[in-house]
Design a protein around this ligand. Sequence first.
Ligand code: GLN
Length: 489
Amino acid sequence: MEDRGVAALARALQDRRLSSRELTEAALARIGREDTALNAFITVTPELALAAAAAADARLARGEGGPLTGVPIAHKDIFCTRGVATTCASRMLAGFVSPYDAAVVERLAAAGAVCLGKTNMDEFAMGSSNETSFFGPVRNPWDLERSPGGSSGGSAAAVAAGLVPAATGTDTGGSIRQPAALCGITGLKPSYGRVSRYGMIAFASSLDQAGVLAHSAEDTALLLEAMAGFDPRDSTSADMPVPRYTAELGRPLAGRRIGVPPEFFDAGLDADCGARVQEALAVLRGLGAELVEVSLPHLALSVPTYYIVAPAEASSNLARFDGVRFGHRSKAAGSIEELYKRSRQEGFGAEVRRRIMTGTYVLSAGYYDAYYLQAQKVRRLIAGDLRSAFAKVDVIAGPTTPTPAFRLGEKTGDPVQMYLNDIYTIAVNLAGVPGISVPCGFARGLPVGLQLIGPAFGEAAVLNVAHQYQCATDWHRRQPPAQPAGAAR
Ligand code: GLN
C-alpha cells in the first residue's frame, strides 16, 4: 500500500498529519501482536525508538525535518548498534553489546530515521532460508509454513508484513534480493563500495554490501541517498559523489536498452516464475524500453565460484572469534587449544562450521592454486561477461530466484540445493555491480521477483527502471494477510 511506504509516511510527517510518536507506537504494537508468528525480530528497542521519535517530532515541529525524519526502520542484526545487542544471529555473539554504531546505522539515524530494533537473519549471513539463525527460522508472511528467504529474511518478512516500512540488509550472494523476491517486496544491493561496510560484521569482504528492503523503488532511493557515500573508515568505500537517485526516477523508459540473457531462462527456472518475468518484460517493452538479447556465458559457474571465494574469505574473517579476543567462551576448556576448539564448536552453528572448513581447505597449501586461484580467474570471466553486456545495454533483466518461496525444512538436508537458490543473484556480487528485485506477480499464490541489474555505480538506472515498472503495475502494493495476534508457532 502506498500509505505503508517511506515516501508517503515522510510526507504525512512533514505535513504534521501524523507524528513520529504515533507511527512508532503503532509499529511497536504491531510487532508485539504479529511477530510471535513471524520471528522477524531478534531485538526490539521500544525505549530508544520512542526517544528517537520524540526527537524527530521536535525537529519536525521546528520545520527542520529531512525526507526520513521520524520514519521507523529496522536494521539487520549484522550492523553494530551502540548500546544494543548485536548478534549476527549466532550464539557466538550472544550477549555482545556493540560500543559503536555501524556507518549505515549512524547515517540513517542522522537522517532522522527511527530504529525499532534488529532483525533476524541467517547466522553470520550464511544461508538462503533464514533457517541457520540461532534464534530460529523466520516465517514468510504469505505462508507461515514457508521460508522468507535469507539471509536478510527478518528484514524482508518485517517489511512485507507491514511491521516496519523499510529495513536494512546485506547481500553477499543474494541475501537482499532473494528474500525481497520471496516476500513480495523491493530489495536493492548497491554496487560494491557504494555503502560503507564500517561496523557491518564481515562475512566475505570482497562481496558484502549493505542495502535496502522496502516496498518500492522510490522508498529504496530515499534510503540509499541517506546511506551511500564515502567513508574513510572503510578502505573499499568509493570516493564518488552520491547522485540524487530520487530525481532520476521519473525519466521515461523510451530509449532505454534492457538486456535479456537466455542463461537466466534455463531449465531450472520454475515455469510460473518464468511466465511472470516474461510478462514483466512485456510491460517494460510497452513503456518504451527496447529488449535486447545479451549473453552471460559463464553464469552457470557463478555458484561454484562463489562457494570457493565466499568460504575462503569467511574462514579468514571468522578466525577472530576465538573465545579470547571475541565471542563466546567455553566454560569447559582445560587448555588454551581446547578453549579455541570448544568455544568455536559451541559458538558456531553447522552451516558456519561447514563454510569455515571449506574455506580453510581451499586456501591451504597445495589446494590454493587448484581452487582459490582458479575461482578468482573464473570470477574475472563472470565480471567480464557483465561488462561486455553493459557495453550494449543500460540494464539487464531476469528472474531473481528459480522458484517462489519453498517450505521450511525443504532444503535444509541438502546444502547444494540451498546454494542453487542464488543461481541468478551471485554473479552480481562477484562482479560488484548493483541489482534490485521488484515484485512482478504471483506463482501459485506466492510472490515472484523481477531482477534488474546495472553497471557498476548504475544504481540510478536500475532504480529508474524499477520505479517506472512500479508506476505501471501494482504488485508492490499487494499485502499478505495480517498475522493472528500472538499466534506462536
Ligand atoms: N545464500 C548465500 C550464502 O549462503 C548468500 C548469502 C548472503 O548474501 N549473505 O552464502
